[in-house]
Design a binder for this molecule. Structure first.
Ligand code: PBG
Ligand code: ZN
Length: 284
C-alpha cells in the first residue's frame, strides 16, 4: 500500500503530531503483535504490554483532543488467523468467541478508548459487548461501532498482508456476508442496532453503496459509517498510476459518493491526503 506503514508505539508522536496539527480529529487502531507468540484464543489481543492497549494510553496522553477508536477482532492475534475461537474441527465456537471479544472490548475501553469497533462478525457479539461495557460501568463513556454489513470481500488482501492475519486454513465466508446478500446485510444492520450498537458500518464502501443507502432508510437516526478498505485504496492508487485519472479527483469522487449514498462517517486510508486536499483549492 503506497504511503502506509506499521507504526511502533514509540513513534506515534512523530506520526500523529503533524496530522493533528492539520486537523485530524480521530483515529482507529489495529494491533500487530510482533514480540510474543500467537495462540488459538488470541491472548495477545488484550495484552497490557501489547500494541493496542499501549497505543491507546499513549495517544490519550499525548493528544487529549483526539478521539480514539480501537478495532476489536481476534484474527491479528490468533495462531490460526480466524476472527473467533474454533472448535476442534475448525468451525467457529460462537459462544466462546463472543465472550472473548467482550473481554477484549472492555479491556480497550478501560485503557481509555472512546470507541470500540468489533469487526469479527460473530453472531451476538454486539449484545455481548454491550452487556460487558454495562457491567464494567463504561456504557455511558464508550461508543460501540459495529461492523454490521461486512462482506467477505476480495478487497482485504493488502490489510491481511500488512497485519499478518490471513486465515491459516479455510476462509471467512462462514461469518462474513456473501457479496450478493443484500437481505442478510439489511438484517445485520437492524440486528446490530437492536443489540445496542451506537454506529452501524458498511464495509467495503465503494462496491456497497446500495447497502449504505439501505442503511440510511433502515436506521435513519443512527450515525452510519463506511470503511474504504485496503483494496479500494490500492485500486485507486493503481488507477492513478496507470494514467486512468488524477488521484485527488478519483478519491474525492469516491468519498463524495459515500456521503451521497448515506454515510455520515468514513474510515479511509486517504485521511492524511484528504486533510491536505480539503485545505487546498482545486487548480484551473
Ligand atoms: C479484521 C479486519 C479486516 C479488515 C479490518 N478488520 C480484515 C478481514 O476481515 O479479513 C479489513 C480492512 C482493510 O482491508 O482495509 N477482522
Ligand atoms: Zn478479524
Amino acid at each position: 500500500m503506497p504511503n502506509q506503514y506499521r507504526w511502533g508505539v514509540h513513534r506515534l508522536s512523530e506520526l500523529l503530531g503533524p496530522l493533528v496539527e492539520r486537523g485530524l480529529a480521530s483515529v482507529i487502531l489495529f494491533g500487530v503483535p510482533t514480540l510474543k507468540k500467537k495462540d488459538d484464543v488470541g491472548t495477545l489481543a488484550d495484552d497490557v504490554d501489547g500494541p493496542v492497549i499501549q497505543a491507546i494510553r499513549k495517544i490519550r496522553d499525548l493528544f487529549p483532543t483526539l478521539y480514539v477508536a480501537a478495532d476489536v477482532c481476534l484474527c491479528e492475534y490468533t495462531s490460526h488467523g480466524h476472527c473467533g475461537i474454533l472448535h476442534e474441527d475448525g468451525s467457529i465456537n460462537n459462544t466462546l468467541s463472543i465472550e472473548r471479544l467482550k473481554d477484549v472490548a472492555v479491556a480497550y475501553a478501560k485503557a481509555g478508548a472512546h470507541c470500540v469497533a468489533p469487526s469479527d462478525m460473530m453472531d451476538g457479539r454486539i449484545a455481548s459487548i454491550r452487556r460487558g461495557l454495562d457491567a464494567a460501568g463504561l456504557a455511558g463513556r464508550v461508543t460501540l461501532m459495529a461492523y454490521s454489513a461486512k462482506f467477505a470481500s476480495a478487497m482485504y488482501g493488502p490489510f491481511r498482508e500488512a497485519v499478518d492475519s490471513a486465515p491459516a486454513f479455510g476462509d471467512r465466508r462462514c461469518y462474513q456476508l456473501p457479496p450478493h446478500a443484500r437481505g442478510m446485510a439489511r438484517r445485520a444492520i437492524v440486528r446490530d442496532a437492536q443489540e445496542g450498537a451506537d454506529i452501524l458500518m458498511v464495509k467495503p464502501a465503494g462496491p456497497y453503496l446500495d447497502i449504505l443507502a439501505d442503511a440510511r432508510e433502515l436506521v435513519p437516526d443512527y450515525p452510519r459509517a463506511c470503511y474504504q478498505v485496503s483494496g479500494e485504496y490500492a485500486v485507486l492508487h493503481a488507477a492513478a498510476n496507470a494514467g486512468v485519472g488524477d488521484l485527488r479527483a478519483l478519491v474525492e469522487e469516491s468519498v463524495t459518493s459515500m456521503l451521497r449514498a448515506g454515510a455520515t462517517l468514513i474510515l479511509t486510508y486517504f485521511t492524511p491526503d484528504l486533510l491536505t486536499w480539503l485545505d487546498t483549492p482545486h487548480g484551473p
